[in-house]
Design a protein. Structure first.
Length: 249
């Protein structure tokens, strides 16, 4: 409960602070750090945890495949994520483009976020049931990838005509879906512990998909050595952070 609440409130509050202050450089840095945390959490901790269980490895790999394809389809349907471009992002849209786009997509973003937060809650519950340390690291990974996403959401909502306070309150209400997902996950997965490895693998597929298909291509657009060195160092820092937090496991 505490982890899902902190993950939701911390990421949204931090996103509000960053986006209202328009610290765009900090946003780029957060993306790099979150890639390291998400990939390390998935590949070095959650997946090994799942494969060390008694679950059939072929079934777990099938779940990973299904998860990757499911996240691809969710993105296609514009449910999971949405265009986070905004004026001044170098995409050369006509002036007013984003306000028009956002006006149509503001509420869709909130619906998508609610669903996303619900699955994050289930994931945190599954991770805590598997191993408390994994739960903490998973919560951290979710906060790290939620902050850049929520900043993008805030910018789109502000363009859509939401006031700062209204955008913050609606996003905060959406974060409550994580608590509902966490409660549901805790009470159902506790009775069906055999499902935990599959939930961990499915959630890992989401982390891997977001990191590899969305965040890393964003980073590749900034290809100069001066921009690449901090990216690589921050990815490494994310990996080291996960290894440090799980060292005693």
């Amino acid at each position: 409960m505490l982890a899902t609440t902190i993950a939701g409130v911390a990421s949204i509050t931090a996103a509000a602070v960053f986006s209202f202050a328009l610290l765009s450089k900090m946003v780029e840095r957060m993306v790099s750090l979150s890639v390291g945390i998400m990939l390390a959490t998935s590949l070095l901790h959650a997946l090994p945890e799942a494969f060390e269980s008694n679950a059939d490895p072929r079934s777990l790999f099938a779940t990973l495949l299904i998860g990757l394809l499911a996240f691809f389809m969710l993105e296609k349907l514009a449910i999971l994520r949405h265009s986070h471009h905004h004026e001044g992002d170098g995409h050369h849209h006509a002036h007013g483009h984003d306000a028009r786009e956002a006006g149509k997509s503001g509420w869709m973003i909130l619906v998508g976020d609610g669903m996303h937060n619900f699955t994050d809650g289930i994931l945190i519950a599954a991770a805590f049931l598997a191993n408390p340390q994994l739960g903490i690291v998973t919560g951290l990974a979710i906060v790290a990838h939620e902050i850049p996403q929520e900043i993008g959401d805030f910018i789109v909502l502000l363009n859509a005509g939401f006031s700062r306070m209204r955008a913050y309150v609606y996003n905060l209400l959406c974060s409550l879906m994580a608590i509902i997902g966490g409660l549901l996950g805790y009470f159902t997965l506790d009775k069906a512990s055999g499902l935990i490895p599959y939930v961990l693998v499915f959630a890992s597929s989401g982390f891997i998909y977001i990191a590899v298909s969305d965040l890393m291509p964003q980073m590749q657009r900034r290809a100069t050595v001066r921009e690449s060195i901090p990216q690589v160092l921050l990815i490494a820092l994310g990996v080291v952070l996960v290894l440090f937090l799980t060292a005693h496991h």
